[in-house]
Design a protein. Structure first.
Length: 192
């Protein structure tokens, strides 16, 4: 197991603007080549925050990974020297990576505040191990059930339990409203 490298005092977090869909390639490239370029002492951590999203298409549940910040990669690095000037080697290495548009902030990017990084890491932690529905529902909304014994029936959302990924829905069966508990992916919005 590789030892966790702790970043020195001068290391800061920066946001990189990337071409759409190139975020993963940028992250992998920097992680792979920073050692070859002898930049392990200047580039420390690269973050690409994601979450798992589930949806149903044609009656089949599918999950995919969605980027929390599309078009951006976050990098912890030593970009400025003690004199406040940009250190050329890591600056040009990162800027020249295929798919990188540039640092957010242009030629003199400002480092992200620690509170911003903590918020990003909290979002990653919250999304870790959980599936998030592609569609967010609201109480009182009418939905169509796609899966299970109540398939093709319409119902009204009474409760939403985001921690468990469940919805309580009132379904009219033989003229009576019956509460049914379903997962997010088992329903879809009723379109007008």
């Amino acid at each position: 197991m590789a030892a966790q490298v702790t970043a020195p005092t001068g290391a800061q977090w920066f946001a990189l603007h990337t071409l759409s869909g190139q975020e993963g390639k940028v992250k992998k490239y920097i992680e792979k080549f920073k050692k070859a370029e002898e930049l392990d002492d200047a580039i420390f951590e690269i973050m690409l925050p994601t979450e798992v999203v589930s949806e149903v298409k044609a009656g089949k549940k599918s999950t995919k990974v969605r980027k929390l910040y599309p078009g951006y990669v976050f990098i912890q690095m030593c970009l400025y020297g003690e004199d406040g000037k940009v250190i050329n080697r890591p600056w040009y290495f990162v800027k020249e990576v295929a798919g990188v548009i540039g640092f957010v902030g242009g030629e003199h990017p400002a480092a992200l505040r620690q509170t911003e990084i903590d918020e990003i890491k909290a979002r990653i932690e919250a999304a870790n191990g959980k599936e998030v529905p592609k569609v967010q529902y609201t109480v009182g909304e009418e939905v169509k059930i796609n899966d299970g014994p109540f398939a093709n029936l319409n119902g009204r959302i009474d409760e939403i339990d985001p921690d468990r990924g469940k919805l309580k829905i009132s379904v009219s069966i033989f003229g009576r409203f019956t509460p049914v508990e379903l997962e997010y992916w088992q329903v879809q919005r009723v379109t007008e």
